[in-house]
Design a binder for this molecule. Structure first.
Ligand code: PLP
Length: 383
């Protein structure tokens, strides 16, 4: 590759390709061996050691996309998250986390961490002072997700990274919602970037995978636990993921173009009470989003007016699918009160600003006018 900084579509298409020296095929061959010739204890290859040819090569693409030195690919986003957290947290340690995290991560903390004698504080608020106030002498890790789910709040990534550095704490971000096309937290000083690769990396709603990127030093530490916990991804799926990631940047850019148009459309609709999208000038953190994001991503949320039944609205859609997951190239919507935030009490949801008419919208690549038509026909049906 040339020495100049290569563009994101070139990274997506070419970095980490395995050259087919034998037959000169255009795409990476799949190496499915679970047994490789023993060379020495340092270099032995094995799928659970995260170092088969397909795993090693695709990890290079993921690291390049996140401007990181190194990466590991896991069998799910949660495998990447749990392995990373347990690498840096030991019995007696404390972790500071943003309040509204992905439910699975929150569940891992609340259900499991007591068993490991790891204490935790969820931060109420999104300002740096709110995070600082929760730091204790035994705090070892700060964990954020921005934009947040489902209200698309924005946290100052650089301020978090600086705070963590000043206290010798490891900073970690789940960058799933944005994707590396839209946000590169390592450029803002964050130590470790996590992904549910099930989402934008896959993009076609047919792969479950995860990834972590960081310095080589941190990845070596994570690898030591990763090989013991055993959450590697099969080489068939790694190969599928490489195929998907070739179009990551063009997909996400098309999705976020649509998202901005849909956010503007919903913002003007007489049936919508509020739109949450960092690309709107009215968004409370629009300036910060502009500073730390490259575009504003393809996730948004909106509240229907109180006289409209949001559940009925979702059932009346014909093109947009009601779906738990996100980031596929097909548009999906869900009600956080019935899905991701169903386990919270009404009071807890109210405190987080999540009401019964809030709809989370993962915007896909369909034509803007078709998405708008679908929303309009569903509203006509329920009003
Ligand atoms: N992080 C975020 C933001 C997610 O939305 C999800 C899944 O929905 C995860 C992590 C967990 O990823 P996975 O389902 O691949 O384990």
């Amino acid at each position: 590759m040339p020495k100049h900084k290569i563009g994101i579509n070139t990274i997506c298409t070419h970095i980490g390709e395995i050259k087919d020296e034998q037959f000169k095929g255009a795409v990476s061959p799949i190496y499915v061996s679970s047994s490789y010739e023993f060379m020495d204890t340092e270099t032995k290859r094995y799928p659970r050691y995260f170092n088969t040819p397909n795993q090693e090569h695709l990890a290079k693409k993921i690291a390049a996309l996140e401007h990181a030195e190194s990466a590991l690919i896991f069998g799910s986003g949660m495998a990447a998250i749990s392995t990373t957290l347990l690498t840096f947290l030991k019995s007696g340690d404390h972790i500071v986390l943003q309040q509204d995290l992905y439910g699975g991560t929150r569940n891992l903390i609340e259900e499991q961490f007591d068993n490991y004698n790891i204490s935790y504080s969820f931060v109420k608020g999104f300002d740096i002072q709110n995070f600082e106030a929760e730091i204790q002498s035994n705090t070892k890790l700060i964990y954020i997700e921005t934009p947040s789910n489902p209200l698309l709040k924005i946290i100052d990534i650089n301020a978090i990274a600086e705070l963590a550095k000043s206290k010798d704490i490891v900073s970690v971000i789940d960058n799933t919602f944005a994707s590396p096309v839209v946000q590169n937290p390592i450029d803002f000083g964050i130590d470790i970037v996590l992904h549910s690769a099930t989402k934008y990396f896959s993009g076609h709603s047919d792969i479950c995978a995860g990834a972590v990127t960081s310095s080589q030093h941190n990845i070596d530490l994570i690898w030591r636990l990763a090989k013991d916990l055993g959450g590697s991804l099969s080489d068939f799926t790694v190969w599928m993921l490489e195929r998907s990631m070739k179009t990551l940047a063009i997909r996400v850019k098309a999705q976020q173009r649509n998202a901005l148009k849909l956010a503007k459309y919903l913002n003007k609709s007489e049936y919508v009470a509020k739109v949450y999208y960092p690309g709107l000038k009215s968004h409370e953190n629009h300036k910060l989003a502009k500073h730390q994001m490259n575009g504003f991503g393809a996730m948004l949320s909106f509240e229907l007016k109180p006289n409209l039944d949001a559940s009925q609205f979702l059932k009346s859609l014909k093109l947009i699918k009601p779906s738990m997951s996100l980031a596929g190239l097909e548009s999906t919507m869900l009600l956080p009160t019935e899905t991701s935030h169903a386990l919270l009490t009404q009071e807890e949801r109210k405190n987080q600003g999540i009401n019964d008419n809030l709809i989370r919208f993962s915007v896909g690549i369909e034509e803007e006018k078709d998405l708008i038509n679908d929303i309009e026909q569903a509203i006509k049906y329920i009003k």
